[in-house]
Design a binder for this molecule. Sequence first.
Ligand SMILES: [Ca+2]
Length: 86
Amino acid sequence: MLQVVSVTFNKMNLEYESDCSYDNVSLYDGSNHNAPLLGEFCTSGSPITSSGSSLFVVFKTDESFNEGGFSLNWKFVSQGWLEWRM
Ligand SMILES: [Ca+2]
């Protein structure tokens, strides 16, 4: 059964900009930064889920306005189908 990664930001206190271009956390749908970008985040929101068993996290910050930072929870979630025979 496929295991995917679900990420939830439970604390997100970064320098805010409407497009999150100053400080952000990028989530990639794979094992490195060449994987498709799931999004760049500077505020917390809904859980983000990968399509496979890897999710790559990059924190970017610039030289000014440091805030408290971020923390996140992640978990594996089983996805797939179950065949039931009687
Ligand atoms: Ca900053």
